[in-house]
Design a protein around this ligand. Structure first.
Ligand SMILES: Nc1ncnc2c1ncn2[C@@H]1O[C@H](COP(=O)(O)OP(=O)(O)OP(=O)(O)O)[C@@H](O)[C@H]1O
Length: 247
């Protein structure tokens, strides 16, 4: 289980030597149970990606703690292979000189798995994300956006993590491809019994995939709602976000 308690984050505004400090995350506390999918939604600049980086242990909170199954996510050993990430910018998150098979096997390099087992695993992962073995030899620039995000997902599940943080993972895909990837996310989650933190500005996509959503505004939690109770949200901001679906 992911447990976030009293997290605060500040950035210097306008570069390293600037004096102004921006309070980007304010007293963020929530939890995400095993196998649960929690959406984090909010407008641009509300702090969603910053929170995502803290959950992944890429950056450290100024105050508060983030624990996964009891261990601090800043402890690399504790999160290694158990938490993975998929970002919006799939082209830059893959090494352009790596073929698809190398991209997928990269997270497995620390595991003591024999050569043939790795090869079988690559084929199995490609199959699970709806790609055949001919994709093994392709380079990232030879893939469509949807195919590249499928490869990113294959890599993300390679170590059979318990949690994947998805930051705007479908946002740059076309509408119909978005639905395909959302469906793939649903089936992978069932297959591996994983939790998702699904960061998005798209409340509709969150409603399709998630069990509950955390609405974040200006670095603060505005509201948390179960998907089936989404229409009953209380705050004006949450209502505004919901109205944006209708239009
Ligand atoms: N590394 C950084 N250094 C300084 N300021 C930052 C840094 N990262 C983010 N910020 C600032 O923190 C605020 C929150 O940014 P963040 O990217 O977390 O928001 P977001 O909700 O993910 O936005 P978007 O949906 O546009 O990606 C913004 O004002 C941003 O300019």
């Amino acid at each position: 289980m992911l447990s976030v308690e009293g997290v605060e984050k500040f950035y210097k505004k306008g570069g390293l030597f600037a004096r102004d400090i921006q309070h980007v995350l304010k007293n963020i506390s929530f939890s995400c149970g095993d196998g649960e999918c929690l959406g984090i939604i909010g407008e641009s600049g509300s702090g969603k990606s910053t929170l995502g980086r803290l959950l992944l242990g890429i950056e450290q909170p100024a105050r508060g703690t983030i624990r996964f199954d009891g261990a601090n996510v800043m402890d690399r050993g504790a999160r290694s292979g158990r938490i993975s990430a998929v970002f919006q910018d799939y082209t830059s998150s893959m090494n352009p000189f790596f073929r698809v098979e190398e991209v997928i096997k990269e997270p497995l390099r620390l595991r003591k798995i024999g050569h043939q087992a790795v090869q079988d695993k690559i084929d199995q992962l490609l199959h699970q994300v709806g790609l055949n073995s001919t994709y093994r030899k392709k380079y990232p620039h030879e893939l469509s956006g949807g195919e590249a995000q499928r490869v990113s997902l294959a890599r993300a599940v390679a170590t059979e993590p318990k949690l994947i943080v998805l930051d705007e993972a479908i946002s740059s895909l076309d509408g119909s491809v978005q639905i395909q990837v959302l469906d793939l996310l649903r089936s992978l989650r069932q297959l591996y019994n994983m939790s998702y933190i699904f960061i998005t500005h798209d409340i509709q996509a969150a409603a399709y995939l998630c069990d509950s959503v955390l609405i974040i505004r200006d670095g603060q939690i505005e509201e948390m709602a179960k998907i089936e109770q989404l229409k009953n949200v209380q705050s004006a901001y949450a209502k505004k976000l919901l109205r944006m679906i209708m239009t």
